[in-house]
Design a protein around this ligand. Structure first.
Ligand code: KG4
Ligand code: ZN
Length: 338
C-alpha cells in the first residue's frame, strides 16, 4: 500500500511516499530554517506563507522521486496536530483536496506519534525490526517526553520536562554561547573539540520522578558564559551537551527496567545528536536493551514518518472524514484513553 504523507506543522514543508509503513520511496523536505534563523526562531506567520508557496512543488517532487502518479496512491496521511495552526492548515487543506479529488482515505496524524514511527522506517535488514512494547524518549524543540508504548495506538506518558524541552535548551544555550540557530547541530559541532568535564554544570535529575528540568542548566550555562575568564565555547558546549545527554540516558534506561520492556526508541530532532546516540547505545548494551533510532534525516521533521503512522492507523481500521480539524496542542497520551 502506497501512502502519501504530508507534514507542515512547523517550519518544514514535507511530502513523502511510503510503502506498507516501512519502505521509503521518497522523502522531500523543504526547510525554512535559513529564513527563520534571522529571527532566532520560527515566526508562525512567515512559516504559513512559505508552506503555501512550497506545498504544490514539494508534493509534485515526492511523487516524481517515488516514480508514482496520484492514481497509484492508496491513502493520504497528514499531520493535523499539534503545531502552529496556520502552518498545519496548509498541509491539511492540501491533504483534503487530494483525498476528495481522488476519493482516498484521509488519516490525521499526531506529530509526536509520527516521530515515534520514524523508527519503523526502512530497518537495516540485519537488525531487528522496531516493534511494541517499548519505552520511547521523544526529544525535540517542543518536547521531552518519556512514553511507555504498549501497542500501536496505546501509549502512556511516564514523564516530561517541567520547563524547557531538550531541543529548546540546545537552542537557547547556543544563543548564549553566540552560536547559530538551530542550536542543536551548532552545539554538537562546537562540542567536538571541547572537554565535557571542563565546566561543572547541574544535572537537574529530579530523582524519584520520570520528569526532566533544563532551566537550571540553562541558568548555569549563562553564568559560565558570562564568567571572567569564560570557558572556551567548545568546552562549554561539550559540558552542556554532556549534562543533557547524561540525564536523558539515565532516565530512559531506568524507565525501561521499571516497566519491564526490552526495547528503547529514540525520536525527535535531538535524537540526531551523535553523543546522545552513542551514550544511549552503550547504556542499552550494558542493560541488555535493544535500541532503535531513526537515520538522522528521519529524526528531524519529515513526512515519511507521517505516512508510516497513517499506514498503521489504516491497518487498525482508523480513518478520518473530510471534516478533519487541526489542533494546536494535544498530548499524545490522550490517544491512549479515547
Ligand atoms: O523534531 P524537530 O525537527 O522539530 C520539532 O521541534 O518538532 O526538532 C528540532 C529540535 C531543535 O531544537 C534542534 O536544535 C534540535 O532538534 N536538534 C538537535 C540536533 N539536531 C536538531 N539537538 C541536538 N543535537 C543535534 N544534532
Ligand atoms: Zn518534530
Amino acid at each position: 500500500m502506497n501512502v502519501l504523507g504530508i507534514e507542515t506543522s512547523c517550519d518544514e514543508t514535507a511530502a513523502a511516499v511510503v510503502v506498507d509503513g516501512r519502505h521509503v520511496l521518497s522523502n522531500v523536505v523543504a526547510s525554512q530554517m535559513r529564513e527563520h534563523a534571522r529571527y532566532g526562531g520560527v515566526v508562525p506567520e512567515v512559516a504559513s506563507r512559505r508552506h503555501v508557496e512550497q506545498i504544490n512543488r514539494v508534493l509534485q517532487a515526492a511523487l516524481e522521486d517515488a516514480d508514482r502518479t496520484l492514481s497509484e496512491i492508496d491513502a493520504i496521511a497528514v499531520t493535523n496536530r499539534p503545531g502552529l495552526m496556520g502552518a498545519l492548515l496548509v498541509g491539511v487543506s492540501a491533504a483534503k483536496a487530494i483525498a476528495m479529488a481522488r476519493n482516498l482515505p484521509l488519516i490525521g496524524v499526531h506529530h509526536i506519534e509520527a516521530h515515534l514511527y520514524a523508527n519503523f522506517l526502512d530497518p537495516d535488514p540485519n537488525r531487528a525490526k522496531a516493534d511494541f512494547p517499548a519505552v520511547a524518549l521523544v526529544v525535540s524543540g517542543g518536547h521531552t517526553d518519556l512514553f511507555h508504548l504498549r501497542a500501536h495506538g496505546d501509549y502512556a506518558l511516564m514523564g516530561r520536562t517541567r520547563d524547557d524541552a531538550a531541543g529548546e535548551a540546545f537552542d537557547k544555550c547556543a544563543r548564549l554561547m553566540g552560536l547559530g540557530y538551530p542550536g542543536g547541530p551548532a552545539i554538537e559541532a562546537a562540542a567536538r573539540t571541547g572537554n565535557p568535564k571542563a565546566v561543572s554544570l547541574p544535572r537537574g535529575a529530579l530523582p524519584g520522578t520520570w520528569e526532566f528540568s533544563f532551566s537550571g542548566l540553562k541558568t548555569a550555562v549563562r553564568r559560565a558564559a558570562e564568567a571572567d575568564p569564560a570557558p572556551s565555547v567548545a568546552d562549554l558546549a561539550a559540558s552542556f551537551q554532556e549534562a543533557v545527554v547524561e540525564v536523558l540516558v539515565a532516565k530512559t534506561v531506568a524507565a525501561a527496567a521499571f516497566v519491564g520492556v526490552n526495547r528503547v526508541f529514540l525520536a525527535g530532532g535531538v535524537a540526531a545528536n551523535t553523543r546522545l546516540r552513542e551514550r544511549m547505545q552503550a547504556a542499552c548494551d550494558a542493560a541488555g536493551l535493544a535500541l532503535f533510532y531513526p537515520p538522522i534525516l528521519l529524526c528531524t521533521d519529515n513526512a515519511a514518518m507521517v505516512a508510516a503512522t497513517g499506514y498503521f492507523h489504516l491497518q487498525a481500521g482508523h480513518a478520518d472524514r473530510l471534516t478533519l480539524n487541526t489542533i494546536a496542542s494535544e498530548s499524545l497520551a490522550v490517544i491512549a484513553t479515547r
